[in-house]
Ligand binder design. Structure first.
Ligand code: AMP
Ligand code: GLY
Length: 423
């Protein structure tokens, strides 16, 4: 089989690495890919939003299956564009990816189908939003409804902050049209868990759980980022919590989408908060998490291409998803200054020493080759994943491995997986 992967981050590297293990696959392409992905795939210089070019490429190379890693193209209808030409593609159509593309949509869906989530109101006018805030309980959470790279969420402690937030999102348009509609929701507290699930429109099969660390600095301080590190499984996602979520969240979500005429095929990512009142949905994404994929996929036993095909063919009920009885930790190595401003173009050394070890994987996020040398090319540069018998061992392995890799302005959090000690 020939497989095309669309995307260029650590998540797509993890997907490419998994696809490369499949016995069915003899050629992988990635558009646009990155330096690490080029180890398994031929990277082609087509952007993830260039649908016409992607479709033409898939036809020309007779691609058997295309896998979309990123959210933007999904929300904009890349799957529809492939299907219109009779091409096989893994991912939700635009009318289902809206579950990530519009937080207002996903909140209304949860309300209509009684799926547990924070109480909320949607607003399209700043005046109405400001009026609502006058009598609202603080702290409160403001969210740009549209895609904002995970950064359009403001947690406001006071009425003044909340009013300022409405201005930032709706008037100053810091996240562009993503802030045309905002969701104002109740502030919740609890542990966060990410659960990724394969879906074929009817059946849901969950992968092992994970937890991300979104803030830039130790102790969950600093700005929100794309994700500074992950661990899997989450010790807080107990059997009991899992059963509750299967009964009250995942299957009801997929059933609701089908009922609305928006069958969801692809990976449904549910961001959960484990509150005192039980698990509640923070958000949905319509794709693998980044860097969740970097700890979940190395633990998956199945041939990933079998699972992708079962989803596309509506036969996911025939698949038994299996995960290793171990643990994995991914520590992101970033450029100092991320997510604001940072320098790039520094040579990276030591990756081979990590990859040579059994159970270790360095996934590239922002790298490129310049004159045959591997250099930094982004805010998040690499994700260093290590497995271990348990979380404590996996974390020690991952941190030891980060010492083997070097580049000029290397920055990492030192407390990825600290929650493990509290479990
Ligand atoms: P989201 O993109 O909706 O997952 O929000 C990003 C982050 O903001 C989440 O991972 C949480 O840490 C935080 N957050 C979002 N919604 C809430 C909420 N209702 N209460 C408390 N924290 C929240
Ligand atoms: N790690 C969070 C996300 O992929 O959205």
């Amino acid at each position: 089989m020939k497989v095309l992967i669309v995307g260029s981050g650590g998540r797509e590297h993890a997907i490419a690495w998994s696809v490369a293990k499949s016995s069915k696959v003899d050629k992988i392409y990635c558009a646009p890919g990155n330096a690490g992905i080029s180890e398994y795939a031929e990277c082609v210089d087509i952007g993830a939003m260039e649908f016409d070019k992607l479709v033409a490429f898939a036809k020309e190379k007779e691609i058997d299956l295309t896998v979309i890693g990123m959210d933007d193209p999904l929300v904009a209808g890349v799957v529809d564009a492939f299907e219109a030409e009779g091409l096989r593609v893994f991912g939700p159509r635009a009318n289902a990816a809206i579950i990530e593309g519009s937080k207002a949509f996903s909140k209304d869906l949860m309300k209509k189908y009684n799926i547990p989530t924070a109480a909320y109101e949607n607003f399209t006018s700043p005046e109405a939003a400001l009026g609502y805030l006058e009598t609202a309980k603080m702290p409160i959470v403001l969210k740009a409804s549209g895609l904002a790279l995970g950064k359009g969420v403001l947690i406001c402690n006071t009425l003044e902050e909340a009013k300022e937030g409405v201005k930032t999102l709706m008037l100053d348009k810091q996240f562009g049209s993503a802030g045309d509609t905002i969701v104002i929701e109740e502030f919740m507290t609890g542990r966060e868990v990410s659960v990724l699930a394969f879906c074929d429109g009817k059946t849901v099969k969950c992968m092992t759980s994970a937890q991300d660390h979104k803030r830039a600095k130790d102790g969950d301080q600093g700005l929100n980022t794309g994700g500074m590190g992950t661990f899997s499984p989450s010790p807080f996602y107990t059997k009991e919590v899992e059963e509750f979520c299967e009964k009250n969240i995942y299957q009801p979500t997929i059933d609701a989408m089908a009922k609305e005429g928006r069958p969801f095929v692809g990976v449904l990512f549910t961001g959960l908060m484990l509150t005192e009142e039980g698990p509640k949905v923070l958000e949905y994404n319509a794709r693998f998490g980044d860097p969740e994929a970097q700890v979940v996929l190395p633990r998956m036993k199945n041939d990933i291409v079998d699972v992708f095909e079962a989803c596309v063919d509506g036969k996911l009920d025939e698949i038994d998803l299996e995960f290793e009885d171990n643990a994995a930790v991914c520590v992101v190595l970033a450029s100092d200054g991320y997510p604001e401003s940072y320098e790039k173009g520094f040579e990276i050394t030591g990756i081979e020493d990590v990859n040579a070890k059994e159970g270790y994987h360095v996934f590239h996020a922002g790298t490129k080759f310049v004159d045959g040398k591997l250099v930094t090319n982004g805010g998040r540069v690499l994700g260093v994943t290590a497995t271990g018998q348990d979380l404590v061992e996996a974390r020690a392995n991952a941190y030891a491995a980060t010492e083997l890799v070097d580049f000029a302005n290397k920055y990492k959090r030192n407390d990825i997986g600290k929650a493990i000690d509290e479990a």
